[in-house]
Every structure is written in structure tokens, then in C-alpha cells.
Design a protein around this ligand. Structure first.
Ligand SMILES: [Ca+2]
Ligand SMILES: [Ca+2]
Length: 221
């Protein structure tokens, strides 16, 4: 009996220690709470900023950076069932200031992302034509062809293009896909649709289905 009492006391002490530690560092309560980092030139001044992503709880991450000595952060949805990925550093409009592509959910074949831009003071979500936060998918397995790409514009800048297409017949050989390619320009964190291109029974090798995420990378990051 006395032995059991000692163990109980030790356990209670351990719980108390864990609780007090948790109060100091709440992130310890989340799974895989180690932050992940990357570098991006958020304000386009030629100096790279460190961008940090950290799980803060189930389904929640915080993205943060310090630009010119000023800290900014934003909470976004996260898929806490998989290891947190650092944001992809892109420049979706080619203006020299980075946008961040942030993973929101990871499925068997398809990953969903949103995008952040830095407005000179804060990080905020890139919004689409309907003022809703951008959601872009990548992957799709055989049944779908999903992704994004950037295309240089004559005279400078880039368009940001998303592809969402479904297989016409998953047992066909070669496979063909039908759906939409949407061409956007980005200004002040808001996307404007320039063109919606219909994709009709095209093989995956057709440029209209092209999805090269690396073409959106920020130069020099
Ligand atoms: Ca900078
Ligand atoms: Ca940019």
C-alpha cells in the first residue's frame, strides 16, 4: 500500500509539472508541434525574411514572420494528421513580393492549399473574384487533374492559373480530362479572373492541362 502511495504522489507531481509546462508553452499540447521554417522576400526589398509555420492545436496553424522588425502572424486551418509543411514561397504576380502557398488539408491523392500575401503590414489571405479566400487543389490521382501554374507576361509580371479537370473515363487509355483552366491576375492580394478556358477531352500532355507549381516560385528565394 505504501508503495502504491509513492507512485500516486509521483504521478500527481508529474501531471502538475506537465500542466505548468503546458501553461508556458501551449504548443506542446499539439501533435508534432515543432515549427517549420522557410525564407521569403515578403516585401520585395531584396532581403529574405524567415517564415515560420507551427501547429497550435488540432486543425490550426499559425504562420508568422518579422518584416523590417515588425512581427506579423495569421492563424489558418491545418491538417494536424500529417507533419506540418512549410509554406511554398511563390510570387504569383511576379512583382518581387512573395506570396505563400499554405497546405490546409492532405488527402490520399489531393492536397488543398490557400495563399497568403503581405500587404506591407500584415499577412492576409489571398482572395478570389468573390472575395473568398483562395482554395486551390493539387493532385487528384487518376480521377482528376488538379494544380496550378504561373505564366510570364510580356512586359513583366505573371499570371496565376489553376486547373481543375476530371477524367472523362478512368478506364480509357489514353486518359482524357475535361474541366476548366482559370487565368488570374493578382493585385493587392485579390485575384481577378482574366480568362476561363474550357478543357474538353484533352490528354494530360496537352499544355492546357499544364500544372507546374515550380513556375510560381519566387526568384531568388
Ligand atoms: Ca524582405
Ligand atoms: Ca507577388
Amino acid at each position: 500500500m505504501k508503495h502504491t502511495g509513492i507512485i500516486r504522489t509521483a504521478t500527481i507531481t508529474g501531471v502538475a509539472a506537465a500542466l505548468s509546462l503546458g501553461a508556458i508553452v501551449p504548443a506542446l499540447a499539439a501533435p508534432s508541434a515543432d515549427p517549420v521554417t522557410t525564407v521569403a522576400d515578403l516585401d520585395g526589398d531584396g532581403e529574405l525574411e524567415t517564415v515560420t509555420a507551427q501547429l497550435t492545436g488540432p486543425g490550426d496553424q499559425v504562420i508568422s514572420a518579422t518584416v523590417n522588425g515588425t512581427f506579423t502572424s495569421i492563424h489558418l486551418g491545418a491538417d494536424s494528421s500529417v507533419p506540418l509543411q512549410a509554406p511554398r514561397v511563390t510570387d504569383l504576380n511576379g512583382d518581387g513580393r512573395a506570396e505563400l502557398i499554405v497546405t490546409q488539408s492532405v488527402g490520399a491523392n489531393t492536397t488543398f492549399f490557400t495563399a497568403l500575401h503581405y500587404d506591407g503590414r500584415n499577412l492576409s489571405q489571398v482572395v478570389d473574384n468573390d472575395s473568398k479566400p483562395l482554395s486551390v487543389a493539387e493532385g487528384g490521382g487518376v480521377a482528376a487533374h488538379l494544380g496550378y501554374q504561373c505564366t510570364p507576361l510580356n512586359g513583366g509580371g505573371r499570371t496565376f492559373e489553376t486547373v481543375a479537370a476530371e477524367a472523362d473515363d478512368v478506364s480509357a487509355d489514353p486518359l482524357t480530362y475535361s474541366g476548366t483552366r482559370t487565368v488570374y491576375t493578382l493585385r493587392d492580394g485579390a485575384l481577378t479572373t482574366q480568362k476561363t478556358i474550357s478543357i474538353d477531352h484533352r490528354p494530360v500532355t496537352d499544355p492546357v492541362l499544364g500544372t507546374d507549381a515550380a513556375s510560381c516560385d519566387q526568384a531568388g528565394s
